[in-house]
Write a new protein. Structure first.
Lengths: 219, 394
């Protein structure tokens, strides 16, 4: 393993690295956004119903236990290759964390707050949109952060089903073309930095969206 | 009389009528509320009271349809509450609950503005109303409007809850044990402030309580409930003087005479004049007034007040020289003039003081009260007649 890092390769491939990083961000963003778009309404629907909640949580748990490579491979005969099977697989993984956190966040809204909202004349929809969902933001965002970080990691496998992203550096350039260490390292470092950067961005977004969580308690 | 509506106050709307209202839950033996009929006149405070499970909270929640009755009808100013969609009805009824339920993600101002916003008021009107209400409940907007509920004490939170319920000026308010989650001192202050507020802006109030002393203090009419039924519906004086049966008598308690002190407020009895001296006055001038018989020290002591007449401290006249000192208020107890004699007596005992300083809503001294002034009401000539007369005209 004495192979030195080939800086000249990195220099010659800056454009590729940038393109693949952007692709990786796109795949991650699309997957997480889709997962949120599915998980939050699903969480809202099942939050007060024990059986549907158990069913939703069970299904997403089972999805989560399927090895990612196997899940991606299983999707190919159904959908073909490309970004689509990758994104479907990534959404499936992200759902677990998001559905659970949405439900936990909604259930944590104090009963008194809900009663006061209803008693003042908010309709159920207004209560959901103006009270319950805003109050569930911290819990939902915790799920979004987890989902994003793990999606950045798992998305490197998208390359096996013909998807793009940093997986191409690791697999196509690093292993298939036998360039070994340099592209693998670059891909890994980029993915790690990306995960940290997206997480930091989400923390910032959450802080801006939830000013009430940082006030000092009285006395 | 404990009427909390001032003599000049007139209330146009807010008559609440319950007619044979019943709530039956599936699988429950007896109805939670069983044929409840009562009328609360506009601007009056009706306290629903009874042991837990008596149906008082259920009865209250049927008024704003948080619970739908199984049978019977509820009318506000003659209109059935089912005529409007529930959410619209609730925007016209103030609602205050024990746990307050402020929306934690919204500022104090936004919380108070909840119902005006639902009603589509414009920003200027809403903003002005919020400022007015926060001032009314003693939380000036410039200091509190931008805070979040978590930054307030329990008592302050309930003040915001009260302001929020009053925001759209509803003729009717429902209050579910609003003051029972705070400490006794805060509770008494909130009760007094509510009574004062109620005089300024009379509302029809349905107030659920489990505390007979609170009921006697707050109510124009007390509805005692048991097992879903109305046992007695009467002004507090009549309830204390003539409980209809052993259940009510037990509930009211053996110390009915003492509770009677809860019927009279400090402002209704003759007070001792306070030997007040304003801080900053020359001591010579004070001594001259004492010598002239213009100022009568109480057991040698004088009461120092600030420029606005707010009490600061007791000072023995022998220790007075130079000018009357200022300093932080240390005098105890200071009693709100809307406090009941019962509250006042207990405050005197608690502070181990012979005299309490009575103040008005602005905190200005209006006189002194001692145990004699309070018990004098009980022993005074015709005390029994007075209670009976009150219960008749209640």
């Amino acid at each position: 393993m004495a192979e030195p890092i080939r800086w000249d390769w990195i220099e010659r491939h800056t454009d590729d690295i940038t393109r693949l990083t952007v692709e990786h961000v796109q795949i991650t963003a699309i997957s997480v956004v889709l997962a949120v778009a599915i998980a939050v309404p699903l969480g809202v629907l099942v939050r007060n119903r024990r059986l549907p909640f158990a069913a939703a949580a069970g299904v997403s748990d089972v999805l989560y236990t399927i090895p990612s490579l196997a899940l991606f491979a299983a999707l190919v005969p159904l959908i073909g290759i490309g970004d689509t099977p990758a994104i479907i697989g990534l959404v499936a993984y992200a759902l677990t964390m998001l559905v659970r956190n949405t439900v936990v966040g909604l259930q944590a809204v104090p009963a008194a707050v809900r009663e006061a909202a209803t008693g003042m004349g908010l309709t159920p929809r207004q209560t959901l949109l103006r009270v319950e969902l805003p109050l569930a933001i911290p819990a939902i965002m915790a799920g979004v952060r987890l989902a994003t970080v793990s999606t950045v990691g798992i998305a490197t496998i998208a390359v096996f089903v013909g998807g793009g992203g940093l997986g191409e550096l690791i697999w196509t350039d690093g292993i298939q073309r036998q360039l070994f260490l340099t592209p693998i390292l670059v891909g890994t470092v980029c993915a790690t930095v990306l995960a940290l950067a997206l997480d930091a961005l989400l923390v910032l977004a959450e802080r801006l969206a939830t000013p009430w969580t940082r006030v000092r308690a009285a006395r | 009389m404990t009427s909390s509506t001032g003599p000049g106050a007139t209330v146009a709307a807010g008559v609440l009528e319950l007619r044979e209202v019943t709530k039956r839950y599936a699988r429950a033996g007896r109805p939670a509320v069983d044929g409840l009929t009562l009328t609360v006149p506009a601007g009056k405070v009706c306290v629903l009271i009874g042991p837990s499970g008596c149906g008082k909270t259920t009865a209250m929640k049927m008024v704003n349809r948080l619970i739908e009755p199984t049978a019977g009808e509820i009318l506000i100013d003659g209109t059935d509450v089912r005529r409007l969609p529930a959410a619209q009805l609730r925007r016209r009824i103030g609602y205050v609950i024990q746990q307050v339920g402020l929306l934690p993600h919204l500022t104090v101002a936004a919380n108070v503005a909840t119902v005006p916003r639902l009603l589509g008021w414009d920003r200027d009107r809403t903003g002005a109303r919020v400022e007015e209400l926060l001032a009314l409940v003693g939380l000036p907007a410039e200091e509190y409007a931008r805070r979040y509920p978590a930054e307030l004490s329990g008592g302050q939170q309930q003040r915001v809850g009260l302001a929020r319920a009053l925001a759209a000026d509803p003729p009717l308010m429902l209050m579910d044990e609003p003051f029972s989650a705070v400490d006794p001192i805060t509770r008494e202050r909130l009760q007094n402030d509510f009574l004062r507020l109620h005089r300024q802006v009379p509302k029809t109030v349905v107030f659920v309580s489990h505390d007979i002393d609170e009921a006697v203090k707050m109510a124009d009419l007390v509805a005692v409930m048991r097992d879903g039924r109305l046992v007695q519906f009467a002004p507090p004086a009549e309830l204390l003087a003539h409980p209809v049966d052993d259940f009510v008598a037990d509930f009211v308690g053996a110390d009915r005479a003492l509770k009677g002190l809860g019927l009279t407020r400090l402002e209704e009895i003759p007070l001792l004049p306070a030997p007040a001296i304003t801080s900053g006055t020359a001591a010579d001038a004070v001594h001259a007034r004492v010598a002239a018989g213009d100022l009568a020290p109480l057991e040698g002591a004088l009461l120092v007040v600030d420029g606005d007449g707010r009490p600061l401290r007791w000072l023995h006249r022998d220790r007075l020289s130079g000018t009357v000192p200022a300093g932080p208020p240390t005098v105890e107890p200071v009693l709100d003039q809307v406090s009941t004699l019962r509250d006042a007596l207990s405050a005197l005992f608690e502070a181990n003081a012979a005299y309490g300083v009575v103040v008005d809503g602005a905190g200005r001294c209006t006189g002194l009260v001692g145990v004699h002034e309070i018990t004098g009401v009980l022993r005074g000539p015709g005390a029994e007649d007075r209670v009976l007369a009150e219960s008749r005209d209640g």
